[in-house]
Design a protein around this ligand. Sequence first.
Ligand code: RI2
Length: 319
Amino acid sequence: MDKRVLQLASDIKDMKIRGAAKIGRTVAEALKIEAESFKGKDTTEFVSDIKKTARYLIETRPTAVSLENALRYVLVEMNKSYKSGADIDELKRVVGKTSDDFCENSNLALERISDMGSKRIKDGDVIFTHCNSSMALGIIKKAHRDGKKIKVYADETRPRLQGLLTSKELLDEGIDVTLIVDSAARIFIKEANHVIIGADAVAANGAVVNKVGTATLSAIAHEARVNVIVAAETYKFNPHTFSGELIEIEERDIFEVISKEDYKKLKGIKVRNPAFDVTPPEFIDVIVTEKGLIAPQAAILVLKETYGLGLFEKEPWED
Ligand code: RI2
């Protein structure tokens, strides 16, 4: 495997490259790099090398389905060309082109989601956000750029403090931001008009998997009758959930939660660090996709339109 691909995989795993949309674009680019650097002339070897690279990239982060869907987007087309007898140059071209298309569509989705979502925001609105979602922040920034005077509460998002990244991004735009600890959400939610968040995965029943803490925040918002808006491209929808499969929740290193020093002091302590949680559809008012706004209960229709029945005999990266 190309060294640059190995480096990208390691950066995704360590969260130097993070955010579900960016992870998707990065793995698509990684396949293009691998294809371009392939030296041989044998098409079977080429296809097997690209599939192997895809399987390696899948292992980096299990929950963000954008990763899997980006690989699927490229590999389905590569497999079709291989079966129809394409030569090595054509196969390389197909991988490069589909990788570029995925990235272009992803950037376009950000623009569309920002445009459509921002129409929900009125002048004077107060918005609550969690973690650091490019899609959610796209909506907030667009509302601000359209001249709406808004105020944002960003929670810290323990343990990795992505709330600081969000605060910096919004401050750079000149937006009024207040940073709070996660556990202060119930105090400030009463002031909010909307909770706007991203998604790492959306299930067929409309449940949203997002950064841990999202489910609690959405429950609090539901109780306070504050709108919960999820910004998610259609490639965040998980086709496996169509047939009832559960989404795997990534558990990360416990030393993101506790220092090694404290861990030693607290002999016998158990620590858990799930990176995501599941918000039920009842707590979500709308999902903004690049194709339009949908009720969470309509997630199944998005999946059907994109993946048919979603019952894959074989994944495109399997040999
Ligand atoms: P966009 C992030 O995951 C957060 O959970 C965020 O809400 C989600 O990806 C979506 O981000 P992590 O990579 O795709 O920080 O909207 O674990 O940028």
